[in-house]
Design a protein around this ligand. Structure first.
Ligand code: SAH
Length: 338
């Protein structure tokens, strides 16, 4: 169950590129998913607590170079209010995501994490706040954080350089991921599908990197164009390719927690349902206050920015049921024995 299944580059290339493979991949992936996780779908309540970012990634809407962004930060009280609403709605994982915002010092992050854990001891807390020192990661872990999401974005140095400005480093990002694992976090990695200049070989390099890292969670979604970035002219990614990759990931990493992402739902009104059927078993609904949701705009036309959290919850219940699965109220830890 905990084993990783590896395939040749040649086999992976066919699966990644050829849509005629999609159905058989999805059937196989769904079978594997059901054998480990049944029809359970885990929810993660996502709080986007700051859209300030010191980085300038070319693909991302909240990059520091985008002067069109209306910047915001949530206070500890606002974050706690979101958690209260989330807990009431049955969420047992809270994800705190943001740009890399130096305003929040380690002690602030630790205080927020420990406050949430104290108030809701049966909840997992996940952080997604970018690259930090090992000592910072250790401090967050000691404060009670359970999981950390940090997508590697790409595993080819040449491709990494095309997506990021001078001063950012692929090696550093990968080192962060290994440090997080060593500290004891459940770790999530991943990449965008069809980001500008990405080749099939780059995706295979990501799969090889993931084989080495053995993460507990893998988040992938299509690259979605943001009109105020240097990549405004590059087209958004393929939903079908993303779905094939979800199936490939489920087949290669049977135990892994795989979200049907908001980016997938943005590119196709039924994207998340299709993601579940292709092998995904996690959904990350938005718990941010409604008035800031539009401001956390990594890409254009992001879904669920108008609704109240409770509306998102009801809508999802129905969508998941219609896809043939069922939302469960639990922390949804990885089913994996080390
Ligand atoms: N600052 C944190 C959180 C990043 S936002 C960090 O560095 O990890 C979460 C993810 O959104 C990113 O890792 C990236 O893969 C994705 N993302 C950013 N811009 C995007 C775009 N234009 N289209 C699709 N996904 C995007």
């Amino acid at each position: 169950m905990n084993q990783i299944h590896t395939y040749t580059d040649q086999q992976l290339k066919i699966w990644i590129e050829d849509q005629s493979q999609a159905e058989s991949l999805a059937v196989r992936a769904d079978e594997i998913r059901r054998s480990i996780y049944g029809t359970d779908v885990y929810l993660r309540g996502l709080i986007e607590f700051t859209n300030y970012c010191k980085n300038n990634c070319y693909y991302c809407g909240i990059r520091c170079g985008n002067s069109q962004v209306d910047r915001y930060r949530l206070s500890r009280d606002q974050i706690m209010d979101c958690c209260e609403e989330g807990y009431r709605l049955g969420y047992r994982t809270i994800v705190l995501q943001g740009g890399e915002d130096p305003y929040y010092k380690d002690e602030n992050i630790c205080r927020i994490v420990s406050d949430i854990k104290k108030r809701y001891p049966d909840c997992a807390v996940t952080l997604s706040i970018g690259e930090k020192s090992r000592a910072s990661y250790q401090a967050y872990f000691d404060a009670g954080a359970d999981r950390f999401l940090l997508r590697e974005e790409t595993s080819n140095e040449g491709h990494y350089r095309k997506l990021h400005p001078e001063g950012m480093s692929m090696t550093r990002r990968q080192e962060c991921l290994f440090a997080l694992k060593e500290i004891g976090f459940q770790v999530g990695a991943g990449f965008m599908v069809d980001s500008p200049y990405q080749t099939t070989e780059d995706i295979i390099a990501d799969l090889r990197f993931l084989e080495k890292l053995q993460p507990d969670m893998i988040g992938i979604g299509p690259y979605v164009t943001h009109s105020d970035t240097p990549f405004a002219a590059y087209p958004s990614g393929s939903v079908d390719k993303t779905l094939r990759l979800i199936s490939i990931l489920r087949i290669m990493f049977p135990y892994v927690l795989l979200p049907a992402t908001t980016a997938l739902g943005t590119m196709d009104p039924l994207g998340r349902e299709k993601g579940l059927k292709a092998g995904a078993n996690v959904i990350m609904p938005n718990l941010s206050p409604t008035d800031v949701r539009k401001k956390y705009s990594l890409y254009d036309n992001k879904i669920c920015t108008g609704e109240e959290s409770a509306q998102c919850r009801d809508c999802l219940e129905l969508r998941v049921k219609n896809a043939g699965y069922r939302i469960v109220t639990s922390r949804g830890d990885v089913k994996r024995v080390y």
